[in-house]
Design a protein around this ligand. Structure first.
Ligand SMILES: *[C@@H]1O[C@H](CO)[C@@H](O)[C@H](O)[C@H]1NC(C)=O
Ligand SMILES: *[C@@H]1O[C@H](CO)[C@@H](O)[C@H](O)[C@H]1NC(C)=O
Ligand SMILES: *[C@@H]1O[C@H](CO)[C@@H](O)[C@H](O)[C@H]1NC(C)=O
Ligand SMILES: *[C@@H]1O[C@H](CO)[C@@H](O)[C@H](O)[C@H]1NC(C)=O
Ligand SMILES: *[C@@H]1O[C@H](CO)[C@@H](O)[C@H](O)[C@H]1NC(C)=O
Ligand SMILES: *[C@@H]1O[C@H](CO)[C@@H](O)[C@H](O)[C@H]1NC(C)=O
Ligand SMILES: *[C@@H]1O[C@H](CO)[C@@H](O)[C@H](O)[C@H]1NC(C)=O
Ligand SMILES: *[C@@H]1O[C@H](CO)[C@@H](O)[C@H](O)[C@H]1NC(C)=O
Ligand SMILES: *[C@@H]1O[C@H](CO)[C@@H](O)[C@H](O)[C@H]1NC(C)=O
Ligand SMILES: *[C@@H]1O[C@H](CO)[C@@H](O)[C@H](O)[C@H]1NC(C)=O
Ligand SMILES: *[C@@H]1O[C@H](CO)[C@@H](O)[C@H](O)[C@H]1NC(C)=O
Ligand SMILES: *[C@@H]1O[C@H](CO)[C@@H](O)[C@H](O)[C@H]1NC(C)=O
Ligand SMILES: [Cu+2]
Length: 564
């Protein structure tokens, strides 16, 4: 053990000389993650699932701002996969970002791979998850980033902390479910339950004895770290009889919002102050879906029990009432309140001199059925696209192809604007069928980028949680209908827009984000609804190296998992 640590230290010191990126006060943390299959019983049935270290959620990674972590992933499962550190920018370090065949090939069954995770500006809550097929349904966990040593929260220090991770439970094998859906062209099965910390909760059958309990002391203030790891639904969250004061989103502080409920998309994380100020008893902390599209979804409620220490459990535990799942206004009433803290101690820096604009249409599409008949609309198969291009995952990772000049893996011709039609009006036949390809967009180092995501009314309009790797970005505006620059620019918030990594693009509406392209590398961008990502609602941004070593990607690691 000591010997192993010593060699790590030597490697670390080496990097200090090499890259000059090492923070003087950062600490280094080491984790071993063992991927294993084991039996779990949920909803009265037992099945074998892949988890890290046999727990659901997997182990929590806890660091301070600016620290470094090494996670050695030992794959003792039966198939290859990768892990991703969601929302961690990984400055100059795309090698360890994780999306399968974008920055690396899978860690094969029986082998191991050590991720080097560089924390920089993030502070708050993030999470990690598998980035292969639908394996993230069971392979996920929290990342807690505490304030740097000798600094504290920008609010009264809470008495204690709690983490609740929302998830999805499928009775069947998740990868069989998506493979089967891709083969038939239809919608994948919906999940059988939502979960909180791996447990469906007492509103589902066979689940009340194992419902997750969060025990609190009357009068104390708790910092709740909430993560949405659900596969295919955005979620409302509330605690019966208690207010939520949201203080951070995606590991950046916001101006406190006191609310009775919130909406959180897959991929998003929120830090919330909860005061245990109600009569000592038990209350449900619960989550139910927000789905504003005409699509199949799981319409059930998952619960945990907020239990006051020393109180007796009432015969009926109060459950919060949720908005209707399709209530867009209820969702946007919460999301439009989010503003960056943007204080002297937590300044923000919104790009004002945009040099690279990307206008991206976000669509669900149809693909010609390869067989005689498919289960999607018009007997076709379902597909999805960005700018009418459905992303095709290559079999050699794009980062390797880019850095090693391997041609034919991808083409750098992802368009900067879509084919123009009435995006939110009637569907045009010539845009129902996307093109297929591995097309990326190249952005020069240091450019100030604006991306306008335009939701479309193709096949099934709904809110899409778009996520970008390698960056957090400022959400400067959202609106309904077709993006109209003359109107939209007037409404932009350039003063205190939230700095986030995942945003819900409104159904038949648009969202504009800005960021500085100061992180060279190969960065995946995709919808965080897993079925849309599987259908191709994704692309890749390549940010070129700058003119110096300090503005260029770190050297390629000596070992990367081989592509087969
Ligand atoms: C996971 O399990 C392995 C082997 O049992 C152990 O060495 C390791 O410390 C565990 N990791 C965590 C993060 O608990
Ligand atoms: C899970 O349970 C099944 C049936 O009880 C058993 O055959 C199998 O070996 C178990 N798997 C593991 C990984 O324990
Ligand atoms: C695999 O794990 C062993 C021991 O834990 C370690 O020595 C080796 O470097 C690891 N390999 C990789 C590629 O991380
Ligand atoms: C943090 O505070 C401790 C105790 O007050 C002090 O010893 C230490 O030097 C400080 N560290 C930093 C990095 O400021
Ligand atoms: C679970 O629910 C069943 C049926 O409602 C009830 O009989 C049982 O006592 C409950 N168990 C617990 C631990 O609450
Ligand atoms: C929740 O917040 C509202 C508005 O700030 C306030 O009127 C209400 O009393 C609060 N409720 C609880 C339970 O604290
Ligand atoms: C979902 O469930 C709620 C009640 O739990 C109900 O009001 C609503 O109509 C259901 N929606 C759909 C689409 O089934
Ligand atoms: C949204 O907010 C508006 C203005 O505060 C309010 O009138 C409306 O009832 C809210 N709608 C929902 C669904 O919460
Ligand atoms: C905006 O960026 C361009 C290109 O980098 C540069 O030439 C120009 O001076 C910048 N303008 C301002 C106001 O910073
Ligand atoms: C990634 O590439 C490997 C070959 O290196 C291939 O086996 C695997 O299916 C690819 N993954 C995806 C999602 O296409
Ligand atoms: C786009 O379609 C919508 C809905 O049918 C309609 O209200 C709008 O006028 C159309 N816009 C244009 C520019 O045709
Ligand atoms: C698309 O074209 C086909 C064949 O011309 C027609 O049957 C279908 O109704 C059209 N669909 C739409 C949405 O216009
Ligand atoms: Cu989507």
């Amino acid at each position: 053990m000591e010997f192993k640590k010593m060699s790590w230290v030597l490697a670390f010191v080496g990097f200090m000389f090499l890259g000059g990126i090492c923070k003087a006060n950062g600490h280094t943390h080491y984790y071993d993650f063992v991927l294993t299959e084991s039996n779990f019983t949920r909803l009265c049935e037992t099945k074998s699932i892949l988890t890290v270290n046999g727990t659901l959620p997997g182990p929590t990674i806890t660091v301070r701002k600016g620290d470094t972590a090494y996670v050695n992933v030992h794959n003792q499962g039966s198939y290859g996969l990768t892990l991703h550190w969601h929302g961690v920018k990984q400055p100059r370090n795309p090698w360890y970002d994780g999306p399968e065949n974008v920055t690396q090939c899978p860690i094969q069954a029986g082998s191991n791979f050590t991720y080097w995770i560089i924390f920089s500006t993030e502070e708050g809550t993030l999470w990690w998850h598998a980035h292969s097929d639908w394996t993230r349904a069971t392979v996920y966990g929290a990342i807690i980033i505490l304030p740097a040593l000798n600094t504290t929260y920008p609010f009264t220090t809470p008495d204690a902390e709690e983490t609740l991770v929302l998830g999805s439970w499928y009775k069947g094998d998740v990868n069989e479910i998506i493979e089967n859906a891709l083969a038939t062209g239809g919608d994948p099965n919906v999940s059988d339950a939502f979960t909180i910390n791996g447990e469906p909760g007492d509103l589902y059958k066979c689940s009340n004895a194992t419902t997750y309990r969060w025990v609190v002391d009357y009068g104390k203030t708790y910092l709740l770290r909430l993560i949405n790891a659900v596969l295919n639904e955005e979620m409302f969250f509330a605690i019966a009889n208690h207010n939520l004061t949201v203080v951070a989103q995606d590991a950046a502080y916001i101006k406190p919002i006191t609310t009775s409920y919130l909406m959180i998309t897959p991929g998003q994380t929120m830090d919330i102050l909860v005061v245990a100020n109600q009569s000592p008893s038990s209350y449900h902390a619960a989550s139910a879906p927000f789905v504003d599209g005409d699509v199949a979804f799981n319409n059930s409620t998952t619960t945990a029990i907020l239990q006051y220490n020393g109180s007796t459990t009432p015969s009926t535990i109060p459950t919060p009432t949720f908005p209707n799942p399709a209530d867009e206004t209820a969702a946007s009433n919460f999301t439009t309140q989010v503003r960056a803290l943007a204080s002297k101690d937590y300044p923000i820096s919104v790009p004002l001199n945009i040099t690279h604009t990307l206008f991206i249409s976000v669509s669900v599409n149809e693909r010609i059925c390869p067989n005689s008949s498919c289960d999607g609309p018009d007997g076709n198969a379902l597909a999805a696209s960005l700018n009418n291009i459905s992303f095709v995952t290559p079999s050699i990772d794009i980062l390797q192809a880019y850095s090693g000049a391997i041609y034919g893996v991808y083409s750098a011709n992802f368009p900067h604007k879509p084919y123009i039609f009435n995006f939110t009006g009637h569907v045009r036949n010539d845009t129902i069928y996307p093109n297929f390809g591995t097309k990326v967009r190249t952005i020069e180092y240091g450019e100030e980028v604006e991306i306008i995501y335009q939701g479309t009314n193709m096949i099934a309009a709904e809110n899409h949680p778009m996520h970008l790797h390698g960056f957090s970005f400022y959400l400067v505006g959202t609106g309904s209908g077709n993006f109209d620059p003359n109107q939209a620019y007037k409404t932009y918030n350039l003063v205190d827009p939230p700095e986030v990594n995942t945003i819900g693009v409104p159904k038949n509406g648009w969202a504009t984000v800005r960021f500085k392209a100061d992180n060279p590398g190969v960065w995946f961008m995709h919808c965080h609804l897993e079925r849309h990502a599987s259908w191709g609602m994704a692309t890749v941004l390549i940010v070129t190296n700058g003119n110096t070593n300090e503005t260029s990607m770190l050297p390629a690691p000596a070992y990367m998992p081989p592509c087969t």
